[in-house]
Design a protein around this ligand. Structure first.
Ligand code: ZN
Length: 157
């Protein structure tokens, strides 16, 4: 079974594209372009960091740390190179992960994490997943469907 977050079904809590969000700090709606999709990483009654997997054979091309978004990683898709580059945000990568490393499908590359900023805006715990194809973002759902990764949109059965 193909996965990104190590759970049976990926729950999409926020879709790709324009979205209107209530900003809890400024107390108003803001419109923004969401460059990826958010995949739930929490359980209903408790929170434990979830394993984040390589969805296929990948090559790590960047690892970064950012106060707002936390740690993250960019990688090249090697089995489905036409998709280009994948990005995981809010992912604490495993110790020793290095740029240039090739990771096999289903290997754990990190754990979900919650940043101070996410706590501040009371964002629910999630993995932000982006895909850059030919220098532009594309809808990661296309990749999920291509890989037959089981998904569900929050609130829909
Ligand atoms: Zn997001």
């Amino acid at each position: 079974m193909n996965k990104i977050v190590d759970r049976k079904v990926q729950v999409i809590t926020s879709k790709y594209g324009l979205r209107k969000r209530w900003n809890k700090i400024f107390k108003k709606f803001i419109t923004e372009f969401h460059k990826g999709i958010d995949l739930r990483t929490w359980n209903l009654h408790f929170y434990t960091p979830q394993n984040i997997l390589a969805p296929e054979k990948i090559e790590i091309i960047d690892i970064w740390n950012n106060e707002k978004w936390g740690q993250g990683v960019s990688f090249k898709f090697l089995d489905n190179a036409k998709f280009g580059v994948g990005v995981y945000r809010h992912t604490k990568v495993i110790h020793g992960l290095e740029v240039g490393q090739v990771i096999e499908k289903d290997m754990v590359i990190g754990k979900s994490m919650v940043t101070k900023y996410m706590k501040l805006i009371k964002a629910s715990h999630h993995l932000h997943f982006e895909i850059w194809t030919g220098g532009r973002t594309t809808n990661p759902v296309l990749y999920l469907d291509h890989m037959k990764i089981k998904k569900k949109i929050k609130g829909k059965k």
